[in-house]
Design a protein around this ligand. Structure first.
Ligand code: SF4
Ligand code: SF4
Length: 154
């Protein structure tokens, strides 16, 4: 599953580079956050041990590593791939699950603070498009279910 999502050739180069380590805000500020260790384990076929780790959720997706990377690849690809697998296995932190449930329900990650907006003279927030999103999401789930059925008959 991981092989299809990551470019192992680029990761191999990445494991020998480490240049963006010194500009990654999470590397600089979060003890134990070390994409080089994660990439080393991915290359050794041991990515599973990171799936329950909080560190894979500590990448800020700021894209600094991507911007400065001579391969235009970046540490963040490894973190994103692991987070996706962890989420599919239900290993994501509870706050991520709560955020997703809120997003499905409202198409927002938080309710706009209306009194604060008024105080600062900000306009009314636009409609979130929750209805359209729910329709698209239902369609996606239908397609997934149909795809799963098809896979089982093969
Ligand atoms: S996107 Fe890259 S630079 Fe930014 S926090 Fe994640 S790994 Fe670090
Ligand atoms: S993401 Fe790019 S710059 Fe950063 S360590 Fe890997 S190869 Fe080097």
């Amino acid at each position: 599953m991981l092989d299809a999502k990551l470019n192992f050739k680029l990761l191999e180069m990445c494991s020998r580079c480490g240049a963006c380590y010194s500009i990654c805000p999470s590397c600089m500020n979060i003890p134990g956050y070390d994409p080089r260790a994660v990439i080393k384990d991915i290359l050794n076929g041991e990515h599973e041990k990171w799936l329950s780790s909080r560190h894979i959720w500590e990448c800020l997706e700021c894209h600094y590593c991507l911007e400065m990377c001579y391969q235009h690849y970046g540490f963040e690809n490894a973190m994103t791939a692991l987070r996706n697998i962890a989420a599919r296995k239900g290993l994501h932190p509870p706050q991520v699950k709560r955020g997703w449930e809120m997003f499905v329900k409202t198409s927002r990650l938080g309710e706009p603070a209306l009194p604060a907006r008024k105080k600062f003279g900000l306009p009314e927030p636009k409609a979130s498009g929750a209805e359209e999103f729910r329709k698209l999401y239902a369609l996606l789930q239908e397609r997934r279910a149909a795809g799963n059925k098809e896979d089982k008959t093969k």
